[in-house]
Ligand binder design. Structure first.
Ligand code: NAG
Ligand code: CU
Length: 162
């Protein structure tokens, strides 16, 4: 019994860092959430995962954040029924995989100054899809290696303790 418990604790200690390795992405990095910034370029090479957060930073009142659908993104249409995020430090948890769109709802910031963001969120355990500019081995092995090591460790601990 005691050795089962010990095995469980050791497994938890090994697995938990992998489960909580969610990242915060500061949208636009140093520039924050602003006008005349190329957010599509900013997303390149970034691997957004379920559990990660987008953080929109801007002076309160200068901008806001609406989550929209693809149509709202293309045409810069604010949703009628949802409130904007306005805190100036808005963190959004990426709760589900798939495409996500965000726009600023102030004036013509979206339509005239490109203040809009489109990302694709990958599931937690999926290997990252290689971007066209990257050769096929880059990026995949470093992601898979720790996972493979973790499985080997868990199996060996189970083998020893149970
Ligand atoms: C997109 O959002 C707009 C407004 O928020 C809504 O009227 C429209 O039906 C939505 N389109 C789709 C395909 O869900
Ligand atoms: Cu704005």
């Amino acid at each position: 019994m005691a050795s089962n418990m010990l095995g469980f604790i050791v497994i938890l200690a090994i697995v938990s860092p992998a489960l909580v390795s969610a990242k915060d992405f500061i949208v636009g990095d140093d520039k924050g959430w602003t006008t005349n910034f190329d957010y599509q370029t900013w997303t390149q090479g970034k691997d957004f995962r379920v559990g990660d957060r987008l953080v929109f930073q801007y002076p309160v009142g200068a901008h806001n954040v609406f989550k929209v659908n693809g149509t709202g993104f293309e045409s810069c249409i604010k949703p009628a029924l949802t409130e904007a995020l306005t805190s100036g430090n808005d963190a959004i948890v990426l709760a589900t995989p798939g495409r996500k769109w965000y726009i600023c709802g102030i004036g013509q910031h979206c339509a005239a100054a490109g203040q809009k963001l489109f990302i694709t969120v990958n599931s937690e355990w999926m290997a990252p899809s290689p971007s066209p500019s990257e050769n096929s081995s880059n990026g995949i092995i470093p992601k898979f290696f720790p996972t493979a090591m973790m499985v080997v460790l868990i199996v060996s601990i189970f083998g020893l303790s149970f």
